[in-house]
Design a protein around this ligand. Sequence first.
Ligand SMILES: NC(=O)c1ccc[n+]([C@@H]2O[C@H](COP(=O)([O-])OP(=O)(O)OC[C@H]3O[C@@H](n4cnc5c(N)ncnc54)[C@H](OP(=O)(O)O)[C@@H]3O)[C@@H](O)[C@H]2O)c1
Length: 253
Amino acid sequence: MKLTKNTIFITGGTSGIGRALAEAFHQRGNKVIVAGRRRALLDEIAAANPGIDTVELDIGDAVQIKRVAQQVIAKYPALNVVINNAGIMPFDDAGGALDDEQAVRLIDTNLLGTVRTSAAFIEHLKLQPEATLINNSSVLAYVPLAATALYSATKAAVHSYTMSQRFVLRNTSVRVLEIAPPWVDTDLIHKSGDPRAMPLDAFIAEIMQKLPEASTEVLVDSAKPFRDNAGPNEHAFVDQFNQLVTDNPIPVA
Ligand SMILES: NC(=O)c1ccc[n+]([C@@H]2O[C@H](COP(=O)([O-])OP(=O)(O)OC[C@H]3O[C@@H](n4cnc5c(N)ncnc54)[C@H](OP(=O)(O)O)[C@@H]3O)[C@@H](O)[C@H]2O)c1
């Protein structure tokens, strides 16, 4: 995709990867509309980045998604990029009790949020001469982290759905990209400065460098071993990864 002169709507833009992506695009001369639930952060982003527009949106609410999409499209008829970035990552226990409320919220946010937002914007995107739909999945779409089993499953589902979207939209003006981040040091779990987590600025710099040439997935180099399909050997790979994390736990606040 081109990195300038787009009109971009991004969900989960109040912090972490979403905010950094929004600001990187804003600095390159794109019109950026940032969505999120936290009004105070939206106001802070607008104040720090004159020209960025903001809108309150709970991605878990199907009615709100439709309403906000209609408002944004009416205000910005040139809108040509939608970035599905909002997400949450609670820990769970796939071998024990289920927190049903948390499970539903997780699927509503990470999976249905992406699906519903895509659907709310897609007919408009098809009318643009050049449009891009970007879904933020995770390397955990390819290698599940057992301690966040349902999160990993929602991201595998986002990866799968993205491939279907890419195929069905192949003869339209809409290109479909998937950003699959490795562990990036944000508040998703707990910003910890852990050396295993990629610093946010380095992650964004590499993604922005790779986006112009990307046609399917956008992966930083350090994420590629996760993506390399281990085929029938994936069980050993998944076990090895999870044993490593079990022995060296992720710091939680
Ligand atoms: N950091 C990593 O290691 C990593 C790795 C792989 C993938 N990812 C993915 O990257 C995306 C961004 O995560 P991040 O690391 O930047 O974490 P983050 O700083 O916690 O950002 C998450 C964003 O999602 C928004 N969000 C959460 N629930 C929402 C809801 N119901 N409605 C609207 N917005 C909601 C939050 O905004 P509000 O709270 O203001 O609504 C926030 O802006 C997520 O999809 C995550 O799964 C991150």
